[in-house]
Design a protein around this ligand. Structure first.
Ligand code: PGA
Length: 253
């Protein structure tokens, strides 16, 4: 933890139907429990954004999962940052490893998307993280540092959130040890200081198999300002259990 207000964001990925919007309503209805201490966001697929914003009812934030870097124009199938802002989104995940893998998004493309998000008043949640081979080769810190330098190039220091998501921990049930997470978050913090100067206020989330059972321990790790939660954000019961596990709620810290 740092002194910054923790952010816990749910990434629904390509899951969800209109009926699942009830899960967002349930989280929003419990917001009185955590709203003062935590910032909470849910990022459903683009087609559900409007419904999600209505269900969130201003109690929690809604985010998108990607954005096109360009302004409105003849780009069939793409969505601009201004469109997402117009729909009521406040955040957008950028450079998730699944997008880097599925769509060949480079660090340079990620930086351009994040800049477009900032220009539209959205907060980009920029994702970085090493592969298993890179971790086993002892390159995790170097990979994260290099991704941060390139993926955050040219961005304003705010509004901005970074998510450290080791690729091998996403959807696998595996997580790094507390020491390993702390080491990367310390490295990311130093890198942010170098890129944006001290007191930049950029929160660094951990993501990768965060569940109700491990969230409390992860939130206590030095330098962890919250989480980006995939599978466990789809059901309000799981997501609320994760929110309630944060020390600021669980113990009033
Ligand atoms: P997971 O996904 O929590 O299902 O591992 C995290 C993410 O990809 O953001």
């Amino acid at each position: 933890m740092t002194g910054l207000k923790p952010l816990i964001a749910g990434n629904w990925k390509m899951f969800g139907r209109r009926a699942d919007i009830a899960e967002i309503s349930a989280v929003a209805q419990a917001a009185h429990e955590f709203a003062a201490a935590l910032e909470v966001a849910v990022c459903p697929p683009a087609g559900l954004l409007s419904l999600a914003v209505a269900a969130a009812d201003g109690q929690i934030a809604v985010g998108a999962q990607t954005v096109d870097a360009r302004a409105d124009g003849p780009h069939t199938g793409d969505i601009s940052a201004a469109m997402l802002a117009d729909l009521g989104a406040r955040f957008v995940i950028v450079g998730h490893s699944e997008r880097r893998a599925d769509h060949g998004e480079t660090d340079m493309a990620v930086a351009a998307k994040a800049a477009a998000a900032q220009a539209a008043g959205l907060t980009p949640i920029v994702c970085v993280g090493e592969s298993l081979a890179q971790r086993q080769a002892g390159q995790a810190e170097a990979v994260v540092r290099q991704q941060m330098q390139a993926s955050l190039a040219g961005l304003a220091r705010q509004p901005l959130v970074l998510a450290y998501e080791p690729i091998w921990a996403i959807g696998t049930g595996l997580t790094p040890s507390g020491e390993e997470i702390a080491a990367i978050h310390a490295c990311a913090g130093a890198c942010l200081d170098e890129q944006f100067g001290p007191n930049h206020g950029v929160r660094v989330l951990y993501g990768g198999s965060v569940k109700p059972g491990n969230a409390g321990a992860i939130f206590k790790i030095a330098g962890v300002d919250g989480a980006l939660v995939g599978g466990a954000s789809l059901k309000a019961s799981d997501f609320l259990a994760i929110l309630r596990a944060h020390p600021v709620i669980a113990t009033g810290m």
